[in-house]
Design a protein around this ligand. Structure first.
Ligand SMILES: *Cc1c(COP(=O)(O)O)cnc(C)c1O
Length: 384
């Protein structure tokens, strides 16, 4: 079976489970993104911190010159502490608390992506009290479904996110009227793990339509933030280790029709960090069931919840065996039937103590870890 390359000797010394990050791959990914940005001087990329907020990962991404997209005060703090410039930090979220707004204003972040009239009033009031002006974009709900898991589509009218685009002109006027806000542009985000570029084409068409209407009614457009959502190939991490950024940026280059010089912001999360991370675990027991064979490993849904939460697939490799493949359900020790990484997977024969790599786990893995069952949070280690 084809496997990733791992420092297995080093792994043998370490207590499992832990996250392993290939920073060389992360840097190659960032180079790929930057090469795309060099083609478009009006494009800006802000890494979506919620995908992975590990300080080493954040510092590596900040060093590549990207901005940050944050969805909580805690993420704004993490971005600031790990080298992102305040002006490059954008802050989105449907439920920003007063404390979070105050902290973001104090820090001088580049943008609030606001999602309702009620929120605009509150940001305006807090900014006024601090003698500041808040730079604000409006998050628009484009009512576009991405062909992805229902729990990770965010751009439909039925989702809680954004401002309905019928209400947009009124809310834009309100933003201009409130004295402590500075209107800066529009923000969109349709979902995650999107592999069909037609979904992004639909987003571009909707943005073009909205931009045209706004400009026609004499309102300012500002800049455009198209959100994140580019997917990665979870099936073949050894062949396709970098997301298709060329096809992604090319789609926006071809389909966005905006006035000359309009800045366009992107917020990729998963596509930057998913491939570079693996969850490393050990086989505790091999259990022969009546109809199935289980590999019970020491990692669980508390380190990586995506299979349980989204029925997400991650490739599982036995990196310390070269024996013939057998069929396993690979499961964790947590007391939930959903604590299963993969069912019926073909993996090199497992023995107690074998090292298991759960691939493409760099996004929404460590950042979603919990302490359910009183399990400790997973540590991390890096190449080099
Ligand atoms: C989650 C999120 C992103 C990143 O999504 P990915 O699918 O990880 O690229 C970008 N923008 C916003 C507003 C988000 O909530």
């Amino acid at each position: 079976m084809l496997k990733g390359s791992f420092p297995i000797g080093r792994f043998r010394e370490l207590k499992t489970p832990f996250y392993y990050y290939d920073l060389a791959l992360l840097r190659r990914t960032l180079d790929t993104v930057r090469a795309q940005l060099d083609l478009n001087p009006e494009y800006r990329v802000h890494y979506a911190v919620k995908a992975n907020a590990n300080p080493v990962i954040l510092r590596t991404i900040a060093a590549a010159g990207l901005g940050a997209d944050c969805v909580s005060g805690g993420e704004v703090r993490a971005a600031l502490e790990n080298g992102f410039r305040p002006e490059s930090i954008f802050y989105a979220g449907v439920g920003k608390s007063d404390d979070e707004i105050r902290f973001a204003l104090q820090s001088g972040i580049g943008r609030f992506n606001a999602e309702s009239a009620a929120e605009l009033e509150v940001i305006n009031e807090i900014a006024g009290g601090m003698g500041r002006t808040a730079p604000v974009s409006l998050r628009v709900n484009p009512d576009i479904g991405a062909h992805t898991h229902a729990n990770i589509t965010t751009g439909l009218a039925e989702n809680k996110f954004g401002i309905n685009y019928e209400q947009l002109p009124d809310i834009l006027l309100l933003t201009q009227r409130l004295p402590n806000l500075r209107y800066c542009g529009l923000h969109f985000h349709i979902g995650s793990q999107i592999l069909d570029m037609a979904d992004f084409v639909a987003l571009c068409n909707r943005i073009n339509q909205i931009a045209e209407r706004i400009l026609r009614s004499g309102l300012p457009l500002g800049d455009i933030n198209v959100g994140g959502g580019l997917g990665i190939n979870y099936q073949h991490p050894n062949h396709l280790d970098i997301a298709d950024f060329a096809a992604y940026f090319d789609t926006f280059r071809r389909h966005l029709k905006l006035p000359e010089g309009t800045l366009v912001h992107f917020e990729p999360g998963r596509s930057i960090v998913a491939p570079c991370g693996s969850l490393i675990s050990r086989v505790l027991y091999v259990k022969e069931g009546t109809t199935k064979r289980f590999a019970i490993i020491d990692a669980s849904m508390t380190e990586l919840i995506r299979p349980a939460l989204y029925k997400a697939y991650h490739r599982v490799e036995n990196i310390s065996s070269d024996e013939a493949e057998e069929i396993y359900d690979v499961v964790g020790p947590v007391c939930e039937s959903s604590d299963v990484f993969v069912k019926g997977a073909s993996i090199d024969r497992c023995h107690r103590g074998d090292l298991i790599a759960i691939r493409s786990a760099g996004a929404y893995g460590e950042s979603m870890a919990s302490q359910y069952n009183c399990r400790p949070l997973p540590p991390s280690c890096f190449d080099e």
